[in-house]
Design a protein around this ligand. Structure first.
Ligand code: CMP
Length: 139
């Protein structure tokens, strides 16, 4: 089915001027960018967005990293978009990411792993609503 998912191009990627290269890989995977904006996340936004990871040992570092520079938040639309996006992103840890994936090509570390993508359709809706108003999404 046609789905929408949520993606973030993380600060390690924007810093290296990889917004276009990452977006090209998303598009080549059959995903269409139906909303996009470059933002500087606040600490409160980063903490709220990653609240599910609050008790994890990497939480504070993750929040610092996500506010260390601009990010590009996007809504991606396509057939089975959640799974298609996860496939093209590759494993969270770039050392385990497959050839041809964004993280294999560009990620620097398990933290600075260039992209985020929703892990389920339910979370995609929550994450899209966190950053976008309905009128900002143009399908
Ligand atoms: P993301 O898909 O955005 O979800 C949580 C993020 O935490 C993950 O990508 C990484 O950027 C970061 N992270 C840092 N250390 C770890 C870890 N050990 N396991 C999972 N995620 C981690």
């Amino acid at each position: 089915a046609t789905e929408r998912t949520f993606s973030i191009i993380k600060p390690d990627a924007t810093r290296r001027n990889l917004t276009g290269a990452v977006t090209k890989m998303l598009e080549e995977a059959g995903l269409r960018v139906v909303a996009s904006k470059r933002i500087q996340m606040t600490q409160a936004q980063a903490e709220g967005f990653y609240a599910v990871h609050k008790e994890r040992p990497f939480f504070n570092d993750l929040v610092s990293f996500m506010i260390s520079g601009p990010v590009v938040v996007q809504v991606l639309e396509g057939e089975d978009a959640v799974a298609a996006n996860r496939k093209v992103m590759g494993a969270t840890n770039p050392a385990q990411a497959e050839e041809g994936t964004i993280r294999k090509a560009y990620a620097e570390s398990i933290e600075a792993n260039s992209v985020h993508g929703s892990d389920s359709l339910d979370n995609a809706k929550i994450e899209i609503d966190f950053f976008f108003k309905p009128e900002e999404i143009v399908g």
